[in-house]
Design a protein. Structure first.
Length: 232
Protein backbone atom coordinates (compact mmCIF):
# COMPACT_ATOMS: atom_id res chain seq x y z
CA UNK A 1 0.00 0.00 0.00
CA UNK A 2 1.02 3.58 -0.67
CA UNK A 3 -0.22 6.47 1.48
CA UNK A 4 0.25 10.15 0.68
CA UNK A 5 -0.85 12.75 3.23
CA UNK A 6 -1.23 16.35 2.04
CA UNK A 7 -1.15 18.91 4.84
CA UNK A 8 0.45 22.18 5.88
CA UNK A 9 1.87 20.35 8.90
CA UNK A 10 3.71 17.31 7.47
CA UNK A 11 5.98 16.91 10.50
CA UNK A 12 2.90 16.45 12.68
CA UNK A 13 2.17 13.22 10.81
CA UNK A 14 5.66 11.84 10.33
CA UNK A 15 6.55 11.66 14.02
CA UNK A 16 3.88 9.13 15.12
CA UNK A 17 3.95 7.25 11.82
CA UNK A 18 7.68 6.59 12.07
CA UNK A 19 7.47 4.78 15.39
CA UNK A 20 6.69 1.26 16.59
CA UNK A 21 4.53 -0.92 14.33
CA UNK A 22 4.16 1.80 11.68
CA UNK A 23 7.94 2.09 11.39
CA UNK A 24 8.40 -1.66 11.10
CA UNK A 25 5.63 -1.91 8.49
CA UNK A 26 7.48 0.60 6.31
CA UNK A 27 10.84 -1.06 6.83
CA UNK A 28 9.30 -4.40 5.83
CA UNK A 29 7.89 -2.92 2.63
CA UNK A 30 4.26 -3.41 3.67
CA UNK A 31 3.45 0.27 3.21
CA UNK A 32 5.01 3.47 1.92
CA UNK A 33 3.93 6.59 3.84
CA UNK A 34 4.76 10.14 2.78
CA UNK A 35 3.56 13.46 4.21
CA UNK A 36 3.66 16.39 1.79
CA UNK A 37 3.53 20.12 2.44
CA UNK A 38 0.53 21.55 0.57
CA UNK A 39 2.51 24.78 0.11
CA UNK A 40 4.78 22.94 -2.34
CA UNK A 41 1.92 23.18 -4.83
CA UNK A 42 1.37 26.94 -4.51
CA UNK A 43 2.52 29.32 -7.24
CA UNK A 44 2.80 32.69 -5.49
CA UNK A 45 5.87 33.96 -3.66
CA UNK A 46 4.07 33.92 -0.30
CA UNK A 47 2.99 30.25 -0.74
CA UNK A 48 -0.55 31.19 0.19
CA UNK A 49 -2.99 28.33 0.85
CA UNK A 50 -5.99 30.23 2.29
CA UNK A 51 -8.20 33.24 1.61
CA UNK A 52 -11.27 34.99 3.02
CA UNK A 53 -14.63 33.22 2.51
CA UNK A 54 -17.16 34.43 -0.02
CA UNK A 55 -20.32 35.56 1.75
CA UNK A 56 -18.42 36.69 4.83
CA UNK A 57 -17.89 34.90 8.09
CA UNK A 58 -15.08 34.21 10.51
CA UNK A 59 -11.80 32.52 9.66
CA UNK A 60 -10.16 31.61 6.40
CA UNK A 61 -10.92 28.96 3.78
CA UNK A 62 -8.26 26.80 2.13
CA UNK A 63 -7.88 27.58 -1.58
CA UNK A 64 -8.67 24.96 -4.24
CA UNK A 65 -5.67 25.45 -6.55
CA UNK A 66 -2.98 23.77 -4.37
CA UNK A 67 -5.21 20.75 -3.66
CA UNK A 68 -6.00 20.25 -7.34
CA UNK A 69 -2.32 20.46 -8.26
CA UNK A 70 -1.32 18.09 -5.46
CA UNK A 71 -3.89 15.41 -6.30
CA UNK A 72 -3.09 15.55 -10.01
CA UNK A 73 0.61 15.10 -9.29
CA UNK A 74 0.11 12.28 -6.79
CA UNK A 75 -2.32 10.43 -9.08
CA UNK A 76 -0.03 10.67 -12.09
CA UNK A 77 1.19 7.09 -11.72
CA UNK A 78 -1.92 5.72 -9.98
CA UNK A 79 -5.07 7.28 -11.43
CA UNK A 80 -7.29 5.01 -9.33
CA UNK A 81 -5.93 6.23 -6.00
CA UNK A 82 -8.66 6.81 -3.38
CA UNK A 83 -8.81 10.46 -2.26
CA UNK A 84 -9.95 11.13 1.31
CA UNK A 85 -10.62 14.47 2.97
CA UNK A 86 -10.36 14.71 6.75
CA UNK A 87 -13.17 17.01 7.89
CA UNK A 88 -15.61 17.32 10.83
CA UNK A 89 -18.39 17.13 8.22
CA UNK A 90 -17.32 13.66 7.07
CA UNK A 91 -18.59 10.15 7.70
CA UNK A 92 -17.54 8.91 11.12
CA UNK A 93 -14.45 6.70 10.81
CA UNK A 94 -14.81 3.22 12.30
CA UNK A 95 -13.19 -0.19 12.16
CA UNK A 96 -15.33 -1.33 9.24
CA UNK A 97 -14.16 1.68 7.22
CA UNK A 98 -10.56 0.95 8.20
CA UNK A 99 -10.95 -2.63 6.95
CA UNK A 100 -12.35 -1.40 3.66
CA UNK A 101 -9.54 1.11 3.15
CA UNK A 102 -6.92 -1.53 3.96
CA UNK A 103 -7.73 -3.17 0.61
CA UNK A 104 -6.85 -0.04 -1.38
CA UNK A 105 -3.51 0.15 -3.18
CA UNK A 106 -3.06 3.93 -2.85
CA UNK A 107 -4.64 6.43 -0.47
CA UNK A 108 -4.29 10.20 -0.82
CA UNK A 109 -5.41 11.93 2.36
CA UNK A 110 -6.12 15.67 2.25
CA UNK A 111 -6.04 17.58 5.51
CA UNK A 112 -8.16 20.62 6.13
CA UNK A 113 -7.35 23.57 8.40
CA UNK A 114 -8.83 26.94 9.32
CA UNK A 115 -12.58 26.97 8.47
CA UNK A 116 -12.24 24.12 5.97
CA UNK A 117 -11.51 23.76 2.27
CA UNK A 118 -13.13 25.27 -0.80
CA UNK A 119 -16.04 22.95 -1.60
CA UNK A 120 -14.92 22.54 -5.19
CA UNK A 121 -12.18 20.28 -3.80
CA UNK A 122 -14.88 18.00 -2.40
CA UNK A 123 -16.95 18.11 -5.57
CA UNK A 124 -14.16 17.33 -8.02
CA UNK A 125 -11.43 15.44 -6.16
CA UNK A 126 -12.66 13.69 -3.04
CA UNK A 127 -14.00 10.12 -2.96
CA UNK A 128 -14.65 9.98 0.78
CA UNK A 129 -15.00 12.58 3.54
CA UNK A 130 -13.98 11.24 6.94
CA UNK A 131 -14.22 12.43 10.55
CA UNK A 132 -12.66 10.59 13.49
CA UNK A 133 -15.33 11.78 15.92
CA UNK A 134 -17.89 14.36 16.91
CA UNK A 135 -15.43 17.05 17.92
CA UNK A 136 -13.24 19.60 16.15
CA UNK A 137 -9.44 19.45 16.02
CA UNK A 138 -7.07 22.28 15.13
CA UNK A 139 -6.25 20.60 11.82
CA UNK A 140 -6.79 17.44 9.81
CA UNK A 141 -3.21 16.17 10.09
CA UNK A 142 -3.90 14.74 13.54
CA UNK A 143 -6.97 12.92 12.27
CA UNK A 144 -5.13 11.65 9.19
CA UNK A 145 -2.48 10.08 11.41
CA UNK A 146 -5.18 8.20 13.32
CA UNK A 147 -6.72 6.89 10.10
CA UNK A 148 -3.39 5.75 8.66
CA UNK A 149 -2.45 3.92 11.86
CA UNK A 150 -5.80 2.14 12.01
CA UNK A 151 -5.64 1.11 8.34
CA UNK A 152 -2.00 0.07 8.10
CA UNK A 153 -2.11 -2.24 11.11
CA UNK A 154 -4.77 -4.27 9.26
CA UNK A 155 -2.47 -5.01 6.31
CA UNK A 156 -1.43 -8.67 6.11
CA UNK A 157 1.76 -9.33 8.04
CA UNK A 158 1.97 -5.91 9.72
CA UNK A 159 1.14 -7.15 13.21
CA UNK A 160 3.34 -10.23 12.76
CA UNK A 161 3.03 -12.63 15.65
CA UNK A 162 1.98 -9.93 18.13
CA UNK A 163 -1.77 -10.40 17.79
CA UNK A 164 -4.60 -10.83 15.33
CA UNK A 165 -6.88 -7.88 14.49
CA UNK A 166 -9.83 -10.25 14.83
CA UNK A 167 -9.12 -10.62 18.56
CA UNK A 168 -9.42 -6.90 19.21
CA UNK A 169 -12.24 -4.48 19.92
CA UNK A 170 -14.59 -3.89 16.96
CA UNK A 171 -13.50 -7.10 15.23
CA UNK A 172 -15.38 -7.99 12.04
CA UNK A 173 -18.65 -9.73 13.04
CA UNK A 174 -18.62 -11.70 9.78
CA UNK A 175 -15.39 -13.33 10.92
CA UNK A 176 -16.07 -13.73 14.64
CA UNK A 177 -19.80 -14.48 14.46
CA UNK A 178 -20.39 -11.96 17.28
CA UNK A 179 -21.45 -8.31 17.39
CA UNK A 180 -18.49 -5.85 17.31
CA UNK A 181 -17.66 -6.14 21.01
CA UNK A 182 -15.07 -4.28 23.05
CA UNK A 183 -12.21 -6.37 24.38
CA UNK A 184 -12.50 -7.69 27.91
CA UNK A 185 -9.91 -7.06 30.66
CA UNK A 186 -6.33 -8.34 30.49
CA UNK A 187 -3.96 -9.36 33.30
CA UNK A 188 -0.27 -10.20 33.65
CA UNK A 189 2.21 -10.95 36.45
CA UNK A 190 2.19 -10.71 39.42
CA UNK A 191 -0.90 -12.83 40.21
CA UNK A 192 -1.59 -10.62 43.27
CA UNK A 193 -0.96 -6.88 43.51
CA UNK A 194 -2.03 -4.61 46.37
CA UNK A 195 -4.75 -7.06 47.36
CA UNK A 196 -6.10 -7.44 43.82
CA UNK A 197 -5.88 -10.90 42.27
CA UNK A 198 -6.03 -12.28 38.76
CA UNK A 199 -9.30 -14.18 38.09
CA UNK A 200 -8.78 -17.87 38.80
CA UNK A 201 -10.10 -18.94 35.40
CA UNK A 202 -7.10 -17.27 33.71
CA UNK A 203 -4.74 -19.35 35.86
CA UNK A 204 -6.60 -22.62 35.25
CA UNK A 205 -5.05 -23.50 31.90
CA UNK A 206 -8.51 -24.54 30.62
CA UNK A 207 -8.65 -22.81 27.24
CA UNK A 208 -12.36 -23.42 26.71
CA UNK A 209 -13.31 -21.85 30.04
CA UNK A 210 -10.90 -18.98 29.43
CA UNK A 211 -12.44 -18.29 26.01
CA UNK A 212 -15.96 -18.33 27.47
CA UNK A 213 -14.91 -16.00 30.30
CA UNK A 214 -13.31 -13.54 27.90
CA UNK A 215 -16.41 -13.46 25.73
CA UNK A 216 -18.64 -12.86 28.77
CA UNK A 217 -16.36 -10.06 29.95
CA UNK A 218 -16.37 -8.51 26.48
CA UNK A 219 -20.15 -8.40 26.53
CA UNK A 220 -20.18 -6.83 30.01
CA UNK A 221 -17.62 -4.18 29.09
CA UNK A 222 -19.50 -3.38 25.89
CA UNK A 223 -22.80 -3.14 27.77
CA UNK A 224 -21.20 -0.73 30.28
CA UNK A 225 -19.23 1.48 27.89
CA UNK A 226 -20.78 1.11 24.41
CA UNK A 227 -24.31 -0.33 24.66
CA UNK A 228 -25.00 1.02 21.17
CA UNK A 229 -22.80 -1.73 19.75
CA UNK A 230 -25.06 -4.43 21.18
CA UNK A 231 -28.07 -2.80 19.55
CA UNK A 232 -26.44 -2.68 16.10
Amino acid sequence: MKVDIVTIFPEMCLGPLNESIMKRAQEAGKVSIAAHDLRDWTTDKHRKVDDIPYGGGQGMVMKPEPFFAAVRDLKRDSPNARVILMTPQGKRFDQATARGLSHEEHLIILCGHYEGVDHRVVEALVDLELSIGDYVLTNGAIAATVVVDAVVRLLPGVLGDERSPEEESFADPETTGYPPLLEGPHYTRPPEFEGMTVPEVLLSGHHGNISDWRHEQAIERTRANRPDLLDS
